[in-house]
Design a protein around this ligand. Sequence first.
Ligand SMILES: C[S@@+](CC[C@H](N)C(=O)[O-])C[C@H]1O[C@@H](n2cnc3c(N)ncnc32)[C@H](O)[C@@H]1O
Length: 255
Amino acid sequence: MYVGGVNMKLKVIDLFCGCGGFTYGFDYLDDTFEVIFALDKWKVACESYSVNYPNVEIVCKDALRLKPEDIPDADVIIGSPPCQDFSIANLKRKEDPTLINWFWKVVEEKKPRYIIMEEVPRAKYYVPSGVKIRIYKMCDYGIPQIRRRLFAGEFPEPTKSPINVTFPAVMATEYKGVGSKRQMTRLSKIFRRKSLIPEAKLVQTFPIDYYLAGNLKEQYIQIGNAVPPLMSYRLAEAIKRDLEGNSNILSAFVE
Ligand SMILES: C[S@@+](CC[C@H](N)C(=O)[O-])C[C@H]1O[C@@H](n2cnc3c(N)ncnc32)[C@H](O)[C@@H]1O
């Protein structure tokens, strides 16, 4: 993005990056954003991430072992602290907001201009008070899923692009290991089998050739964990539009 002949990019960091679904849209809009840092403790996900985003510094460590100075300053902080503990699909639910709290501590420290935390809707009780919360239905944004996701932070509204989901395109991984017989029956009625990796990628809007490290089980987990790349793109695009309409804000990013 050029302002007054100066090329400025917003520095982005992705905390709990997984295989990189949330990074996707920011990396795609590389005239506006530069993803400079990503963090995840899972080696397999880090390997996927580093193949898909070879220019991003990735730290493969437990977040709780990082010091604030290990994380660079950024204009945009995105991240999806692990949500298994909050999912209503998880029958052995044990609510531990430690990593969500850690995310907001980093935000408080770094004071980025834009913040987007992605979570399951139930995690709304763990978002600091006063922070904007939105729950978006994925099919309203062009993603073939009826699933709802929570986004919290400081970000402009993404543009809607609703599609009709004519069958409940539910990720097999969402139901894997879940004890509910009703859910498993519903799943097998839809697919009559477990979805294949390329099908799971399509439902999550990953490009078919998106690299995933690990064995099949690990690949399903990475896809299932991810923010759909198309949703990431819509959010990044909204920030880009926000900047374009706000040239006074842009001057703050001139280096
Ligand atoms: C919901 S997934 C993130 C998905 C990612 N945003 C994407 O779009 O692909 C959460 C990630 O947090 C990672 N994680 C869990 N506990 C962690 C910790 N203590 N430190 C760092 N990463 C952790 C998991 O390995 C997992 O990849």
